[in-house]
Design a protein around this ligand. Structure first.
Ligand SMILES: *Cc1c(COP(=O)(O)O)cnc(C)c1O
Length: 470
């Protein structure tokens, strides 16, 4: 494809995306595809002779779209939104067009420095601690996902707690303990597995039945028992906005426990953290100044095409200490001078894309005012959805709505709850996902998509009411 042909097909690809968005209203939100449907429609081998690019767009329509669950659909309410806004898409495309690798400052200085500036902007926009700024002892880095960010933080914690031993000798079985609530994201356990600590190293502490936030007394008890048994508290994982119900742990209290035992405090605010662009939602992050690391995902609610997860550390020394490896072929004068940041030392992988470009595009084009308006919209729609739940006796809220998340069920019980949700999902009108709260099945409506309006919430609610009819 020549640059001229690229121009032409590029226009067609952008048109395809805009047409796709326009068609969503008519499509079932959740894909009706059965296992193997998509595979069977595709040839088993790649073509020997190249085909025209248009053939690919045709197959997108004919084969791929029916196999898609439409995450950008205005009535996608499952999990959490994965907002792919037009601005972010263009930023992502430009990043692909530049096609540079940013593993070292020297491999493309702008990739590193734009990322530092944009993450500093976000520190100020979210009112995060100054120690996270790039010209202080800490700094921020864009990771692919919050899961990787939490894993990276755990490895840094291990480096600090072991005085650097862990990277040389590895870890001995059963020595370390990591604490999170029973509502902590599964990426915490996965991080412990990947770090070689093992699942048993993770203590999942009970939660308050109403708020679903960690029971701090229970945490103190578990830590005290472990210490008495000669085990070493490595990390306390605070959840600011759990995936199940949006539960908020008390970061201040968890930070105090961590500090008493020299443990690392990691705050996982993957979904909810970005709401702090609005001053009225910053109370959820109270205590974040105690955090050794903090992660939030602009790729969920903040309109930035997946993947873009932002991790900050208060002190970059243990992070770089844990992960820095310098083979001869990567040596360069800038790195040796110590005047630059080499992001390859800040995450598991070496190569890295220019992800900061899409975040930069989002922050500049929407402006903080535009982003605040988007967050406020989501919160308002969720509060509207919660009012609808309260107004119908057949339904009940299981927890108070948190930000843009509403968790509720049918009073008739687990079976009726799941049947109503599945009926709506099968109808294609909307897509909701479920969870359990204190052993009871519940549905979740996670608002916050960039195309969702009040009428989408109303239409979904009507469908749920119909499905609930006895
Ligand atoms: C979504 C979520 C994660 C995982 O996010 P990825 O970026 O997909 O790894 C972790 N923690 C919480 C609280 C989440 O909501």
């Amino acid at each position: 494809m020549s640059p001229e042909e690229f121009r032409q097909h590029g226009h067609a690809a952008i048109d395809w995306i805009a047409d796709y968005w326009a068609s969503l209203e008519e499509l079932p939100v959740r894909s009706p595809a059965q296992p193997g449907d998509v595979r069977r429609a595709l040839p088993p081998t790649a073509p020997d002779a190249g085909e025209p690019f248009d053939a690919l767009l045709d197959d997108l329509d004919a084969i791929v779209v029916p196999g898609l669950t439409h995450w950008q659909h205005p009535r996608f309410f499952a999990y959490f939104p994965a907002n792919s806004s037009p601005v972010a898409i263009l930023g992502d495309l430009l990043s692909s067009g530049i096609g540079a690798q940013g593993m070292l400052w020297a491999t493309s200085p702008a990739l590193t420095e734009v990322e530092q500036v944009v993450l500093d902007w976000l520190v100020r926009a979210l009112d995060l601690p100054e120690t996270f700024l790039s010209d202080g002892p800490g700094g921020g880095v864009i990771q692919d996902t919050a899961s990787t960010a939490t894993f990276t933080a755990l490895v840094a914690a291990l480096h600090r707690a072991s005085g650097g031993e862990a990277r040389i000798t590895g870890v001995s079985a059963g020595e370390w303990r990591v604490y999170g609530s029973s509502q902590a994201h599964s990426s915490l356990v996965k991080a412990a597995i990947m770090a070689g600590l093992g699942e048993e190293a993770v203590r999942l502490v009970g939660v308050d039945p109403h708020t679903q936030s960690m029971d701090v007394d229970a945490l103190r008890d578990v830590v005290a028992q472990d210490v008495a048994a000669g085990l070493r508290p490595l990390m306390v994982h605070a959840c600011a906005g759990s995936t199940s119900t949006g539960a908020m742990d008390d970061i201040v209290a968890l930070g105090e426990v961590a500090r008493e035992h020299g443990a690392w405090l990691h705050v996982d605010a993957a979904w909810a953290g970005v709401a702090a662009v609005c001053p009225e939602h910053r109370q959820h992050l109270a205590g974040v100044e105690l955090a050794d690391s903090f992660v939030t995902n602009p790729h969920k609610w903040l309109l930035t095409t997946f993947d873009c997860s932002t991790l900050w550390v208060r002190d970059r020394t243990p992070l770089v200490g844990a992960l820095s490896i310098l083979p001869e072929y990567l040596r360069n004068r800038a790195s040796d001078s110590d005047e630059v940041v080499d992001y390859r030392d800040w995450h598991p992988q070496l190569g890295r894309r220019f992800r900061a470009l899409k975040l930069w595009a989002v922050l500049r084009t929407y402006g903080l005012d535009g982003l605040r308006a988007h967050i406020r919209d989501g919160v308002e729609l969720a509060s509207y959805a919660a009012d609808l739940v309260r107004a119908d006796d057949r339904f009940e809220l299981l927890t108070e709505p948190v930000l843009s998340l509403v968790v509720f069920r049918l009073r008739a019980g687990d079976e009726a709850t799941m049947a109503a949700m599945e009926a709506v999902n099968d109808s294609g009108v909307a897509y909701l996902s479920h969870t359990t709260v204190e052993g009871r099945m519940a549905m979740r409506i996670a608002v916050g998509g960039w195309r969702t309006s009040r009428s989408d919430v109303e239409r979904t609610w009507r469908a749920l009411q119909e499905a609930a009819e006895p």
